[in-house]
Design a protein around this ligand. Structure first.
Ligand SMILES: *Cc1c(COP(=O)(O)O)cnc(C)c1O
Length: 224
């Protein structure tokens, strides 16, 4: 518990420093703690430390943890690849889905219905088409499609920096995709970017939502 508290405070200090260095207000940045593979007891600890945003990347794990914990003020962010046949389960547990990357996934989430669901378009910053995310030149079209889904609220864009590349230019490309999406849907102002190794770069490039795992939780267990 003390270690987690110390790491959380340290990371929050670094987020604040990165924000100030970019002449940004740290309070406009949401720090999501990615808890994948870790037990629910860790989420309870984080909640006791004031964390209200957690992220999971697998639907089954998200659903199981959401079911086990009765923490009504905790917001669950789904940050993994989503399958259409899991749309209902994802929607039951998640407050925000960061990984909408195709029309049919948006349609499946929308078809479940219910209170408006916040979604982000995942942008593929690599040159490899099979990676998760929509190609940057398809983002405007997908944004228009999602904007037409009655029960989805398009809030912005999300991406993972490509491995083995300087994250800065990648996050700059993401900022351009964010502008393109915003031209289509003005209230889509969120940029979800930055993980343990590169969140300071993401803050410098305008990220509003950071997805930070191991720098706060410590090393992940082999598998959940
Ligand atoms: C696991 C994960 C993170 C957090 O990764 P760390 O390197 O542990 O900070 C962020 N985003 C996504 C999509 C993830 O799957």
């Amino acid at each position: 518990m003390e270690q987690v508290a110390a790491r959380l405070a340290e990371v929050d200090g670094r987020i604040a420093d990165a924000a100030r260095a970019a002449s940004r207000d740290p309070s406009e940045i949401t720090r999501i703690v990615v808890t994948k593979f870790h037990p629910v007891s860790l989420i309870e600890q984080l909640h006791a430390l004031g964390v209200r945003d957690v992220g999971e990347n697998r639907q089954q794990e998200l659903s199981a943890k959401h079911e086990q914990l009765d923490l009504p003020d905790l917001r669950w962010h789904f940050v993994g690849q989503a399958q259409r046949n899991k749309a209902r389960a994802i929607r039951q547990a998640a407050s925000v889905v960061h990984s909408v990357d195709r029309d049919r996934l948006a349609d499946a989430l929308d078809a479940v219905g219910g209170a408006p669901l916040d979604v982000l378009l995942q942008i593929n910053l690599t040159a490899e088409a099979h990676r998760g995310g929509v190609a940057p030149d398809e983002a405007a079209r997908l944004a228009a499609h999602v904007a037409g889904c009655a029960t989805l609220r398009l809030r912005g864009v999300m991406a993972v920096a490509p491995l083995g590349e300087d994250p800065r230019p990648a996050f700059e490309r993401l900022a351009r995709s964010a502008e393109i999406v915003r031209a289509e849907v003005p209230e889509a102002t969120w940029i979800s970017a930055g993980m343990s190794a590169d969140f300071a770069d993401a803050v410098a490039c305008g990220a509003t939502h950071l997805r930070i795992g191991s720098a706060i939780t410590g090393p992940r267990p082999e598998r959940g």
